[in-house]
Design a protein around this ligand. Structure first.
Ligand code: BES
Ligand code: MN
Ligand code: MN
Length: 466
């Protein structure tokens, strides 16, 4: 299959240009003002799968944004790979912090990406990584190198909780039946240290509202005599961690899996420089739960973080006021075995219980999802590992990630299949941030590596079935 290299060389510029066209569409799922762009993006994906050689491509209506389903079935007796990805993107704000406009993709060289990186919202998360699969498919179908069946399911609500996909999957189990699910929506350690993601954290996302007096008050006339919702809210939030940075919600850690000393020392073997980590973020020190390393803190330990907080006067100058309400958005990253619905309940109960009588508390759950861990002794993982060995000349390191793709646990539950997470992004690619980018080298390396996964998976499936 050496021809993949040649194919990429011949088509490289077109591959980049096509992705740039897709990145120009601001398909922001969080904001209804971009509904038209969501549809344009879905249509782009549909046409691209048709061009890449799918026999059947459908735009599937859902209660929310459409899901694109495509397939090429070459032989019912061969294994089937189901590719999942998302065409929706995060909002671009704060827009003023971008060095080039988020939906006008440009290629710029960076220290980490000397061959250039495409700067645009969605370049790495996930349009760029999803499109690698479309181009790998194009290669395989156009050169007679597709060794098995393939199905694609590309959704448009991942960044807002995949509600429509949770509706779609149980209703289309037969259509989506597969032997393995393949996703590129995570990262790897570095371009010379390939890794395969073996775990994702779960998530519970809640919004809280504290109400004090029934109207905003003069902070002189009333200050000191009534509860200030902002003071109270910040105090309540501060109490959610103790002096060891443990979360204080009763029962929060009940189901957290404790890793053995061996498992932890295995994890610690992954290359990691704390100095580089701090330098990349311009921080003098890291911060987190006592007793755990930085990698452990964001892979095997649960967390609680305020994502946004507001209330009161934030305009120019000074206004003396005690606001009637204060708000915060809080996310809890969970580890496998912690049930996100249970954790949401525990949070609500605890948060309501710690509020003084002088305020009212409202806790509104948003979305959530279960964490995921995948074993490495299955043929899916082995095929991915061999694929990286072929194109990177190195054995990839299994690594749990701190991020979440809640739908992966649902896939396992509904479709009974394992997911292999072959991510080609880097942590420094600034996903969800201003100046998100995706290395051109990474994009092309992904396209090069994916066909080998298909080849090895097909080979290993047939030896296993003998
Ligand atoms: N692709 C990311 C998740 C990710 C990124 C996992 C890097 C591992 C490494 C995905 O698009 C995402 O942003 N997920 C959200 C959760 C979702 C429910 C909004 C997240 O992790 O915050
Ligand atoms: Mn993503
Ligand atoms: Mn994302």
């Amino acid at each position: 299959m050496n021809t993949i290299k040649a194919y990429i060389k011949d088509n490289k510029n077109r591959f980049i240009d096509e992705l740039i066209e897709l990145l120009k569409i601001p398909s922001i799922s969080a904001d209804a003002a971009f509904n038209k762009e969501i549809l344009l993006s879905a249509d782009f994906v549909k046409k691209s799968l048709e061009k890449a050689g799918c026999d059947k491509v459908e735009l599937c209506d859902t209660p929310g944004n459409p899901i694109i389903y495509g397939e090429k079935i070459i032989d019912k007796n061969l294994p089937t790979v189901l590719v999942y990805g998302h065409y929706d993107v995060q909002p671009a704000d704060p827009i003023e912090l971008w060095t080039s406009p988020p939906f006008e993709p440009v290629i710029k060289k960076t220290e980490i990406h000397p061959e250039g990186a495409i700067f645009a919202r969605g370049s790495c998360d996930d349009k760029g990584q999803m499109y690698m699969h479309v181009k790998a498919l194009e290669y395989m179908t156009s050169t007679g190198n597709l060794p098995c069946n393939v199905k694609f399911m590309i959704e448009g609500e991942e960044e807002v909780g995949s509600e429509s996909l949770s509706w779609f999957v149980p209703r289309n189990k037969e259509k989506l039946a597969n032997d393995v699910i393949l996703i590129s929506d995570t990262g790897m350690i570095a371009n010379d240290i390939p890794s395969i993601t073996t775990g994702l954290r779960g998530l519970s996302y809640v919004e809280v509202e504290i109400t004090g007096p029934n109207r905003d008050l003069h902070s002189g006339l009333y200050g000191g005599a009534v509860a200030n919702p902002i003071n109270i809210l910040t105090k309540m939030i501060a109490s959610l961690h103790d002096e060891n940075n443990h979360i204080t919600i009763p029962g929060f850690y009940d189901n957290v899996e404790e890793l053995s000393t061996e498992e932890r020392s295995e994890m610690a073997k992954a290359p990691f420089s704390l100095e580089d980590y701090k330098a990349a973020l311009a921080i003098d020190d890291v911060y987190g739960e006592n007793g755990f390393t930085t990698n452990e803190r964001n892979a095997i330990r649960p967390t609680l973080d305020v994502n946004g907080i507001w209330g009161g006067y934030i305009g120019e100058g000074a206004k003396t006021v005690i606001a009637s309400k204060a708000y915060a958005k809080i996310s809890m990253r969970l580890v496998p075995n912690q049930d996100w619905k249970e954790i949401t309940k525990l949070f609500k109960k605890h948060f309501e219980s710690i509020a003084p009588k002088s305020v009212k508390v409202k806790v509104t759950p948003h979305h959530g999802g279960q964490g995921y861990v995948t074993p490495i002794d299955n043929i899916g993982y082995k095929s991915a590992s061999k694929a990286y060995q072929t194109t990177f000349n190195k054995t990839p390191i299994p690594q749990r990630s701190g991020g979440s793709i809640p739908i992966v646990a649902l896939f396992e539950q509904e479709l009974k299949s394992k997911t292999i997470l072959m991510g080609f992004g880097l942590n420094s690619d600034a996903i969800h941030s201003p100046d998100e980018h995706f290395g051109v080298w990474n994009y092309l390396k992904g396209i090069e590596t994916i066909p080998y996964f298909y080849q090895y998976f097909t080979e290993l499936s047939s030896t296993e079935n003998q």
